[in-house]
Each structure stands twice: as C-alpha cells, then as structure tokens.
Ligand binder design. Sequence first.
Ligand code: PLP
Length: 394
Amino acid sequence: MSAPATQAQEPASREDRGAPAYDEAWFAARAQAGIQRLKAYDPGHDLVALRRRFGEANLAELGSNENPYGPSPQARAAILDSLHALHRYPDPLGADLKRALAAKHGVDVAQVQLGNGSHELLMQLAQVFAGPGDEVVFSRYGFAVFALATQAAGATMRIVEALPRDAAMPCGHDLDAIAAAIGPATRLVYVANPNNPTGTWFGREAMIAFLDRVPADVLVVMDEAYAEMAEAPDYASALSLLGRYPNLAITRTFSKAYGLAGLRVGYLLAQPGLVQVMDRLRESFNVNGPALAACVAALADEAHLDWACARNAEQRAALAAALQQRGLRVFPSQTNFVLVEFGPRTAQIEAALVERGVILRPMAGYGLADCLRISVGSPDENRRLLAALDQVLT
Ligand SMILES: *Cc1c(COP(=O)(O)O)cnc(C)c1O
C-alpha cells in the first residue's frame, strides 16, 4: 500500500520544481504533425450516463443511426454458438465471412477485406495511400471520418464546397466540383453515397460521369454505409462498376441496416491487389470471433434485412411528414436518418429534448449549427420524439 502513495505524491513535487504538466498539450507537441492538428471524433452525448439517469426504457436514442429493431435472431444464435471458443483467436482471415460476402456481391473472395467497423477501413485507406504532401479530396458535410483519416495520415485535406442548401440535394456532394478539385497531389477521394449527415445520394449516370473524370491513379473510396436502405430509383450502388474502374473501392458496414453496430464489422470491396496492400497494415485478428459468426448468419437472413429496411423506409416517410407538418424543413434522405432545420433556437431545442430523454445529434461540428440529425426510430420512439418536440416547440 505504501508504493502507490509515494507515486501519487511524486507529480506534485515535480511540479514544485517547474516540471511540465504532462497534459494533452505537452503530449500533442510530441505527436506526429498530422495528429497535432487532429480533433478527436465527437461521438455525441454520453449515452451511458444518460441511460443511468433516465433508464434505458425511457430514452429515445436517435443520435447514432442505429437499427432500432436489432439484428437477425440467427445472428444472436450464432453469437451464443461461438462462445465455446472464446479462448481461441478468431480466424485471422475471416474466410467464412469473406466467402459469404463475395457470394452475395458476386465478387472474388480476394476482393474482400474485413474491418473492425468500416471506420477502421476508412482510416487505413488514408494511412496506406496518402501521407505528408499528398492531398485527399472530399465534400463539405462529408462523413466526419474522412477528415480524421486524412489528418491522421498526415495528408492535406481538400474540402470541396457542397451543393447549396436550396438544391434538390441540399448540402449533397457536388461531384463536378469534386472531380475538378483533383490535382497532381491527390491520392485519394472519399465519397459517401448516401452521405451522412446529409442523407443525400446520387445515381448511376452521375457516378459514371464522375468516375470517368477521375485520373486512373487516384483512388476513389465510395462509402456505402447506408446502401441497403436506399431504394430511390435514382440511387445506385457502385458495386456493378467495380470491374470497370480498378481505382474504385467500396466500403460497407454491418452497423446500420444489419443492426450489428455493437460488434464492429465493416468490409471493403476492391481489386485483389488493393486488398493485399491493405492487409499489410491490418491487425492480425481485427474482427472478433462472435462478430464473424454473427455476420455470416446475418447475411444468410435476407428476410430480416428486407423487413428492417422496409420498416425503416415506412417510418422515415412518416417521420419526415410529421416533422414537415410542424413547419420544419426536412432534407431528402435515403438512409435511416433525416437532417432537419430547426433554425436559430436549434441548440436550446436540442438541450430541451435531452431533458425529456430524446437524444438527437447536434450538427454544429459539421458546420450545420441550425440543424439536427434524427435517426429514424421504431414507431414508439418516433412518437416519443414528436410528443417531446411538441412540448419544446410551443
Ligand atoms: C456509420 C457510418 C460508417 C461506419 O460505421 P462502422 O460502424 O464503423 O462500420 C461509415 N460511413 C458512414 C457514412 C456512416 O454513417
């Protein structure tokens, strides 16, 4: 017991001698240049504390675009089944899951890479393909991880102005401007379709016109985290274009439509050579055993996926209509969230909703301080949101 006490006293005596504080600033000054400028990912509210305060059942958690219905029951069963092997390392190749994904998407197994969430893959793409002196291009209001990944790699961000607020796709990607921003230093372009937090999307013709303009040695990363939920006739996945554009990489996730955010699994589809180079950086057991088993089972249960996506589309339309009835502007969306304009009182409205157990995502960090991003919840959650909103807006 005496040793810890001595250690605890030590910093005070050092401070007396004018030693540094060893605080964030001190360590940041010793970090590599990209990290020095980096701001950590903002995960939103402290949900663990809010659950403790309100009780989980009294909270409408609509801030993180999770699937309110949860995963396929078969995924739960597969997790329980996998528990006998917790003392074993997982398959470092994730071979069963890669085979299932390859079969589902009609690609070769060698074209699939697994990540601990697609967040990990987005980070690794920049780390592998861009560094100091290189540029990474992406849109304003593009997914927050694009900026994190670029800076963590020490590369330079080239942020392209988005479409205007009064456009048909408000704040959406301006693909022409993105293509025009690509220069000799550009190594990587991040595009999200549909995009978070705007919910905006684009279709096949626009995508082809864009990809035709991207130089063959510049990598295009198409983040399709919400692809399963997009059903508009003018939306298209880039999947069918993988063979035509070898510089294209697509990321997807089990966190959203599949309802497995807690397991952290994403995947990448690209050329086998790209996957091989990405593999050099991958932590050997980056996806855990229960997660691998659950995702294989989730892929096999297409009925559950279709059911969850249909519920989402129906609830999204109902929620958007109800918000519009209350005089709010709702951005178009092909995802499981809507971006909504709340005007100059946005911050107060958001705080008042938290006090009523309704958690939305503030958008000030994205430069959209007058908007909130609302995940489409279950019918009950959406009702509670609207009831709380009616109290707060009057
Ligand atoms: C949620 C999200 C992801 C990543 O999710 P993971 O849980 O890391 O797989 C990636 N891109 C976008 C646009 C997202 O909204």
